[in-house]
Design a protein around this ligand. Sequence first.
Ligand SMILES: Nc1ncnc2c1ncn2[C@@H]1O[C@H](COP(=O)(O)OP(=O)(O)OP(=O)(O)O)[C@@H](O)[C@H]1O
Length: 255
Amino acid sequence: MIQVKDLHKGFGDVQVLKGITTTFEPGKTSLIIGQSGSGKTVFLKSLIGLHTPEEGTIAFDGRVNTKFTNEEKRQWRQEIGMVFQGSALFDSQTVEENVMFPLKMFTDQSQSEMLDRVNFVLNRVNLENSNYKLPAELSGGMQKRVAIARAIVMNPKYLFCDEPNSGLDPQTATVIDNLIQEITDEYKITTVINTHDMNSVMEIGEKILFLKNGIKAWEGTNEEIFKTDNEAVVGFVYSSNLFKKVRVAYLNETN
Ligand SMILES: Nc1ncnc2c1ncn2[C@@H]1O[C@H](COP(=O)(O)OP(=O)(O)OP(=O)(O)O)[C@@H](O)[C@H]1O
């Protein structure tokens, strides 16, 4: 579980996060949404320790990250997996080498132990028989699968994803969303995703945090987001005619 309390982060005179308090639970996929510039990336970077808050705390299963000793920080780094926009694979390395990288970096497993684990996670993301391919030989969706495999190879407690399905067609995006949700549930990972994709919100948003101008303007589940009267969230999520219609249809069906 990740507990965020009264998180403030700014740059110079500009205050970006203005006191965010929330909780992310294990086994749940939590999505951060909000307009461009609302602070989603700064928030995610704060969670992974790339920004230090001016005020407030982030606790990982009770451990406040700004109070970590060097050893605790090393340990915590091994507990987090990340999937970046654009997959961020090493272009000159094969799929197998990309996925094995964290194991080489953080463990002293033998080559055969590492290979077993790599094959296990590649199998889990349905990417068998691609070990020796280079990223350039893969489709965008396959590259995302490799990125997910690499992110979970260390069996993380926490998984952070920045726009995991950007640049993918809607069908592949849904497959990737569902894969992340299945893995989150299966391994009881605490997963936090930054997204602009309203389809993801509807499909996998077990918890949704809506940021507006650096504050938490709303939070709830994907079912609650259909029913909410919160003007800011309704105006943002249902800005397209299609989603307006989806909302009306959902409300008619469930009332
Ligand atoms: N390193 C930085 N230095 C100064 N200002 C920053 C820095 N990082 C972010 N900001 C500012 O913080 C605000 C929020 O940015 P952030 O990238 O978190 O928005 P976002 O919600 O992720 O937007 P988008 O959806 O477009 O990615 C912006 O006004 C941005 O200019």
